[in-house]
Design a protein around this ligand. Structure first.
Ligand code: 3PG
Length: 203
């Protein structure tokens, strides 16, 4: 499975926060049933590593990555547990080095030209733009893209099914990330994933 191609098929990356291990199986099952088998499991809670391990071993058809990875230790753990891509809110050079050594895509957060220059110097050409709505959304990304034609973007923060189509309509959007489809019961998650996939297909 090629990670970038897999994400591009869907163009939506669910940002997943697990508060307990009990949530992992029902929520991942709902995402798969909703037709969105991608999970960026975030290191915002203590059970993130364990959740990645379960996701990788029990959901082989899902693309499992790690998010909110803010240091080398979390990055190494996520890779050991089988994460296929790494996402950070900012750009970490130490994380970029580990990902490059392991040939794993690193989507580090950048909101300034200087940060994008650092990312590109590590070969990271998919720029996570976070928090997208606070930093001017599409208008800011378009201004940045003028200087960096090689870059594509993964905006996250403040995106929902209300503005998803607008973001995806711009060809420099690699994919859109967010947690909006992860709220509620497994049944609700399934429905929201279905809606997100349908919007992305039309965009
Ligand atoms: C992220 O880490 O990418 C964001 O927290 C996702 O933002 P959202 O919760 O507003 O979708």
């Amino acid at each position: 499975m090629n990670v970038k191609e897999f994400i591009q098929q869907y163009r939506v990356v669910p940002v997943v926060v697990f508060n307990s291990i009990e949530e992992v199986r029902p929520k991942l099952t709902a995402m798969c049933e909703g037709g969105l088998p991608i999970a960026e499991i975030t290191y915002r809670t203590a059970c993130a590593g364990e959740a990645i391990k379960i996701a990788v071993s029990e959901f082989p058809d899902m693309l499992v990555g790690a998010g909110t990875v803010i240091n080398a230790e979390q990055c190494r753990q996520a890779l050991d547990y089988g994460a296929r891509f790494i996402v950070s809110p900012g750009f970490s050079e130490e994380v970029a080095k580990i990902c490059n050594l392991n040939d794993v895509p690193y989507l580090g957060g950048c909101v300034t030209p200087t940060e994008i220059m650092t990312a590109l110097s590590y070969g990271c050409d998919i720029i996570k733009f976070f928090p997208a709505s606070n930093y001017g959304g599409l208008a800011t990304m378009k201004a940045l893209a003028a200087a960096f034609p090689a870059a594509t973007f993964l905006p996250t923060g403040g995106i929902s099914d209300k503005n998803l189509a607008e973001y995806l309509a711009w060809e420099k959007i690699f994919a859109v990330g967010g947690s909006w489809m992860m709220k509620g019961t497994p049944e609700e998650i399934k429905e929201k994933c279905r809606t997100a996939v349908a919007i992305a297909k039309d965009a």
